[in-house]
Write a protein that binds this ligand. Structure first.
Ligand code: GAR
Length: 208
């Protein structure tokens, strides 16, 4: 059984999709050990508690500087001895020491087709604002492993979503979530939990 930690900062609809997919058997061989947030007010923490999953907050506000926060966050995460860390709308830059410790064991969902609209400054609604202002006709979502760069790690799954006339960033964000994120994030966890994902020469291969 793959033990998973889900890291969240906000509403937690992706967390909800993962919990639902485990419940209905879409994801097998995986269980969520803990949900950790940097934000005390994240509704995602409520979702976890309602589901009977341990929910904890490690807030940067409680530490004297970023290094102290990073250290405490990593210690908290380590204490659960998980096999996989899932960033589900986690808006904190992952410190290098955590990336080194969890090589190819951290995955992230990003709301665009990487390498478009990703990297520094592209998170949440800003991604969809970028897509609309460029006038792309197709966008989507990407699940990738996390490496030292921002949104640069090996890509596991992507799914395209149409941009429609009259879309606002909010409307497009919702469509990308419904048609892509909530499907491919659980799917990636299922593939990893069932030993179907390997990284070879920096690229992901998925077994049939
Ligand atoms: C999601 O759209 C996720 O892809 C995005 O934040 C949102 C979180 O929503 N993540 C990023 O932009 C990371 N760069 P949620 O809290 O409802 O799952």
């Amino acid at each position: 059984m793959l033990k998973v930690a889900v890291l969240v900062s906000g509403g937690g609809t992706n967390l909800q999709a993962i919990m639902d997919a485990i419940d209905d058997g879409t994801v097998t061989n995986a269980e969520i050990s803990v949900v950790i947030s940097n934000n005390r007010d994240a509704y995602a923490l409520e979702r976890a508690k309602k589901h009977g999953i341990e929910a904890v907050c490690v807030s940067p506000k409680d530490f004297k500087d970023r290094d102290a926060f990073n250290q405490a966050f990593l210690e908290k995460l380590d204490s659960y001895h998980v096999d996989l860390v899932v960033l589900a709308g986690f808006l904190v830059v992952i410190p290098e020491m955590m990336i080194k410790k969890y090589v190819n064991r951290i995955i992230n969902i990003h709301p665009s087709l990487i390498p478009s609209f990703c990297g520094k400054g592209f998170y949440g609604l800003k991604v969809h604002e970028g897509a609309l202002s460029r006038g792309v006709k197709v966008t989507g979502a990407t699940v990738h492993f996390v490496d030292e760069g921002t949104d640069t790690g090996p890509i596991i799954l992507q799914k395209a979503v149409a941009v429609e006339q009259g879309d606002t960033p909010e409307i497009l964000q919702r469509r990308v979530m419904e048609q892509a994120e909530w499907l491919i994030l659980p799917k990636a966890i299922d593939l990893i939990a069932n030993g179907k994902v390997s990284v070879i020469d920096g690229k992901v291969q998925i077994a049939e």
